[in-house]
Ligand binder design. Structure first.
Ligand code: KG4
Ligand code: ZN
Length: 339
């Protein structure tokens, strides 16, 4: 089965052609246009600008994916598209375009929950993953832990009490004048650092649960930067900046993974999937590997190009869903929940 996967929920415009085979999904092509240059000056995604840019990008992105895979639209078996959650203007662009294409070509069409897409990204490297699995989906908007009974069914276990982990990277990079998005540059500088700037105190919760909160980390980072005059403008070559980036990498990775062993035991999990933009982080990947080996969990972290938003993950998840009987009644939904 040949699937065209389309994703435009935030600021990445992407299309991919994936062949679903007996051995799992095989990537045949992927096209992706970034909008970082557009949002960079604002230090975060500007929804209206993102939607307008998607409108310009979608035709090229779809055509590039089809050309690279050398397959005409009419030969596809289905189109899968992100339905939500996300920015409504961004979602609507590829969502509407996908419906128009499906209607014109008489193709089956499936709407996909964005987080099922991040989960589906792990199928490329681990199609035979044992379930139940824990799925840690961690990006600029999400830090959510699910129990997955298979690739298409997620049940929320817990989520961040405030900010997503990706925000800690984006806001820190902004405070250090390092550009947007913050995660990739912080991660690069962390690897260059010859020392760490020390740890941050983990949040304590009144109910005593091992949970997540990243807004205090943002404030602590702000105070540390303010305590050293000129640090906010010192730039990527400054070793104090690099040391802070290393501290942030180590802190976020250890906080994210801390609750996992207990929850994995309680959920009877056989494996752990980590996906979403923050799953690109080198320290998260390294610490997760050590932890998974220690407690005997099979680990599946997609390769970095599949961790950030992309069309391939939507195709992979969409290949496993049943197309709805009445596609025209279905709308994009900025706050889409699991059914
Ligand atoms: O999944 P994604 O592309 O979009 C959302 O759905 O949010 O994730 C983007 C987030 C941003 O916050 C970005 O800074 C972060 O993922 N990110 C990283 C890394 N690469 C991207 N965070 C830490 N380390 C990285 N290497
Ligand atoms: Zn995402």
């Amino acid at each position: 089965m040949w699937v065209l996967g389309l994703e435009s929920s935030c600021d990445d415009c992407s299309a991919a052609v994936v062949e679903e085979t007996a051995n799992g999904p095989m990537l045949r092509s992927m096209a992706k246009q970034s909008q970082d240059h557009l949002h960079g000056p604002y230090g975060g995604v500007v929804p209206e600008l993102a939607a307008r840019e998607h409108l310009i990008q979608i035709r090229n992105v779809i055509q590039e994916a089809l050309d690279k895979a050398a397959i005409p639209l009419a030969k596809l078996d289905r189109i899968a598209v992100t339905q939500g959650p996300g920015l409504v203007g961004s979602l609507l662009t590829l969502f509407s375009a996908s419906k128009a294409l499906a209607w014109r070509e008489h193709l089956p069409w499936v709407p996909v929950h964005h987080l099922l897409g991040h989960l589906g990204a792990a199928r490329f490297a681990a199609p035979d993953l044992p379930f139940p699995a824990l799925a840690l989906l961690v990006s600029g908007g999400h830090t959510h832990l699910y129990r997955a009974s298979d690739w298409s069914h997620l049940e929320l276990i817990q989520k961040t009490r405030d900010d997503a982990a990706g925000e800690a990277f984006d806001k820190t990079a902004r405070m250090l004048s390092l550009g947007y998005p913050g995660g990739p540059v912080v991660d690069t500088l962390a690897k260059k650092a010859t020392r760490s700037a020390g740890s941050f105190s983990p949040p304590k919760f009144r109910d005593g649960k091992a949970s997540w909160s990243f807004s205090g980390l943002k404030t602590a980072m702000k105070l540390r930067i303010a305590a050293e005059p000129g640090l906010d403008q010192a730039g990527p070559e400054d070793e104090r900046v690099q040391a802070l980036c290393r501290s942030l990498n180590e802190t976020v990775a250890s906080w994210l993974l801390k609750p996992i062993p207990d929850i994995a035991r309680a959920a009877g999990a056989k494996s752990l999937i980590i996906s979403g933009g923050v799953a690109c982080n080198s320290e998260v990947r390294a610490q997760a590997k050590l932890m998974a080996d220690r407690i005997g969990l099979r680990l599946a972290i997609p390769e970095p190009r599949f961790c950030t938003d992309n069309g391939a993950m939507i195709a992979s998840a969409g290949a496993l869903l049943v197309p709805p009987e009445d596609p025209w009644a279905i709308n994009a939904d900025a706050d889409l929940k699991f059914a």
